[in-house]
Design a binder for this molecule. Structure first.
Ligand code: UDP
Length: 236
C-alpha cells in the first residue's frame, strides 16, 4: 500500500492517505504536549513504543470481541488503520482517583473508586476539552443514544480486559482515555491509541508512576518509564 499525502498532523501523530480510500496510515512522533498544548517537549523513542504497544493491545482487544481500527503494522512508527469518522468525545475510564478527578472532587490521588467511573469530554482544543454528559452529547448531536450505549459497553469491556492483562505484570491501570469512530459502513470501532500517553500506569508494589505524568509533572525518568511499560508488556 502506498503512503500518499498527509491528511492531518496532531500533537503526537501524523495521518497519511493511502491508495485505498478506506485505509489511512498513522505515523507516531516523539513529540509530547500537556496542559492543552501549553507544555511541549520530546520523549525520545516514545513514537516507537506507543505504536508497538497500541497495536499489541488493539490485537488483544480485537481477539476478545472489541472491534478496533487496527489493520497492519508497517514499521516501528507506522500503522495502517481503517479510516473512521471520529466521535468527537474523549471517553475517560477511571478505576482509582487521579488527575483532574482528584482535583475536581478533592480526592487524594490513589483513592480507590467503589465502581468504575466513565466520563466524557468534548474534543475541542480551543475550549480545552470540556467535560460533558450524555444530555449534552444528545442535544448537540455528537452521537446518538445507541452509539453512546455501545461506547459505554465497549469502554467497560476494554477496562476489564486491560486491568486483567496488566495485573500479572504488576501494573495498576488507574485511568485511561479512549476514542471511537465509525467506519464507512457505520460500524463503531475503537480508534486512536492506548499507551503511556493516554493511560495512567502505576507499579503495583512501589506505586511509582510509569506514564506521561512523569513528563506533565517534571518527575524525571520519562523515557525509562515508557521503556519499562514496553518491556513488561512486550518484552521489548
Ligand atoms: N487523557 C488523555 N488525553 C487528554 C486528557 C486525558 O489521554 O486529553 C488521559 C490521561 O492520560 C489519563 C486519563 O485520560 O490517563 C484521565 O485524565 P484526567 O482527566 O485526569 O486529566 P489530566 O489530569 O491528564 O489532565
Amino acid at each position: 500500500m502506498k503512503k500518499l499525502e498527509q491528511l492531518y498532523e496532531g500533537k503526537a501523530k501524523k495521518v497519511f492517505a493511502t491508495d485505498d480510500p478506506s485505509i489511512v496510515m498513522v505515523d507516531y512522533k516523539d513529540d509530547a504536549t500537556a496542559f492543552n498544548g501549553l507544555k511541549k517537549g520530546t520523549i525520545e523513542g516514545k513514537g516507537v513504543i506507543n505504536n508497538r504497544m497500541t497495536n499489541f493491545l488493539m490485537k488483544m482487544l480485537e481477539k476478545n470481541g472489541v472491534p478496533t481500527h487496527f489493520v497492519e503494522e508497517i514499521s516501528d512508527r507506522e500503522t495502517l488503520v481503517k479510516r473512521v469518522t471520529i466521535v468527537p468525545l474523549e471517553v475517560i475510564v477511571r478505576n482509582v482517583a487521579a488527575g483532574s478527578l482528584s482535583k475536581r472532587l478533592g480526592l487524594p490521588e490513589g483513592t480507590p473508586l467503589r465502581r468504575t467511573v466513565l466520563e466524557y469530554c468534548y474534543k475541542n482544543d480551543e475550549l480545552g476539552d470540556p467535560m460533558v454528559n450524555e444530555y449534552h452529547i444528545a442535544a448537540m448531536g455528537w452521537a446518538d443514544d445507541a452509539t453512546m450505549k455501545q461506547i459505554a459497553a465497549y469502554a467497560l469491556k476494554v477496562n476489564d480486559l486491560l486491568v486483567r492483562y496488566f495485573r500479572p505484570l504488576n501494573i495498576d491501570l488507574i485511568d485511561f482515555k479512549l476514542e471511537f469512530g465509525h467506519t464507512a459502513d457505520g460500524t463503531l470501532v475503537l480508534a486512536d491509541e492506548i499507551s503511556p500517553d493516554t493511560c495512567r500506569f502505576w507499579d503495583s508494589k512501589t506505586h511509582e508512576k510509569l506514564d506521561k505524568d512523569r513528563f506533565r509533572r517534571d518527575l524525571g525518568g520519562v523515557e525509562e518509564a515508557y521503556q519499562e511499560i514496553s518491556h513488561r508488556l512486550m518484552g521489548e
